[in-house]
Design a protein around this ligand. Sequence first.
Ligand SMILES: [Zn+2]
Length: 113
Amino acid sequence: MSSDEFSLYDLRVEVVANRGRMLCHEQIGDYFEVSGGRIAFPPGQGFPLYAMAALLPLLPAKQRDTAPTDWMTTDSDIACPDVHCGAVFRISRMGKRVFRHSEESGEPLGGPR
Ligand SMILES: [Zn+2]
């Protein structure tokens, strides 16, 4: 990698199980993918708003390398935040993608931290 490159995992977030009623109208197999700062959905498929709100804070951490002993590395199943909904979502790390700092940030390298 050149001096301003870094890598992030592409992610796939998928509905993988139903532990009760799917009150948010999820369907097993519904998914979205994350690459860098972009989220992509399959054509015509939606995703529940409140589940999305619960998943979003985890995604930047899952995109980055984490220690093998970190729970962020080992845990990938997330329950729907609606206590009455049985949906389970899985965040899977896919391939890594290389980005350039100069193309992703307006801040210079070596600036304040
Ligand atoms: Zn739900």
